[in-house]
Design a binder for this molecule. Structure first.
Ligand code: CA
Ligand code: CA
Length: 216
């Protein structure tokens, strides 16, 4: 199977196992979505059916992946269809120093966000998740605006209740724009901590800022 980082062990299946055809949708942020529109694209670990096949490479996936039988590639752990390039490659080098909130590569080590926190100067390095933890009261609405330049790298965002089975539970909210910023909105039915993931699609990297609001 493919995967990405350590998290993929946990997240490996959450993901668009249904597959979204690789090109990805350009849906607006979902609130309580859960993949009803054909599957999450939270992968990097699922085949990308839009990849092209390289001549001379029987399955077009290179030595670190294999044909998924649907025109895409299943990449080995640590390899990705970067930029939908049709071959499984290791993640590229990070284009800059990671941010001051690292290490936050797992939910358990995620940065605790306070109300009205404005966080700037953040960075998703290739295949390096950024996790955040936020506590909500029952009925309280979380808004997370994640702002970046989409053309520089495709980031997505996901929210689960703390303790969720990340390999099996759909997120309670997610945002998977391809050409726009990401925005998570979620009203907590019960009080508790929530885990938010900012994720680089197919080992994408980018810098971003984030504004967290809780209402009331
Ligand atoms: Ca980071
Ligand atoms: Ca990180």
């Amino acid at each position: 199977m493919n995967k990405v980082f350590k998290l993929s062990m946990v997240l490996g299946l959450v993901v668009g196992l249904v597959g979204c055809g690789g090109g990805g949708d350009d849906d607006d942020a979902k609130d309580g979505g859960g993949g009803s529109d054909g599957g999450l694209r939270l992968d990097g670990r699922v085949p990308d059916s839009s990849v092209s096949v390289d001549a001379g490479d029987p399955d077009g996936c290179g030595p670190n992946g294999e044909d998924d039988g649907q025109g895409g590639c299943l990449c080995d752990d640590g390899y990705y269809n970067i930029n939908e390039g049709g071959i499984c490659l290791p993640p590229p080098a990070c284009l800059g120093a990671d941010d001051a909130l690292e290490p936050n590569d797992t939910p358990q080590t995620g940065t605790v966000l306070m109300p009205t926190t404005v966080t700037t100067g953040l960075r998703v390095c290739p295949a390096n998740d950024d996790w955040y933890r936020v506590t909500l009261a029952a009925g309280q609405k979380l808004t997370a605006d994640i702002v970046f330049t989409p053309a520089m790298g495709d980031l997505d965002a996901y929210l689960w209740p703390a303790g969720a089975d990340l390999a099996n539970d759909d997120p309670v909210a997610y945002s998977e724009n391809v050409t726009d910023d990401e925005n998570i909105m979620y009203t907590a039915p019960t009080a508790g901590e929530y885990w938010m993931l900012v994720y680089g699609y197919e080992a994408a990297q980018n810098t971003y800022s984030m504004t967290i609001t809780k209402t009331p």
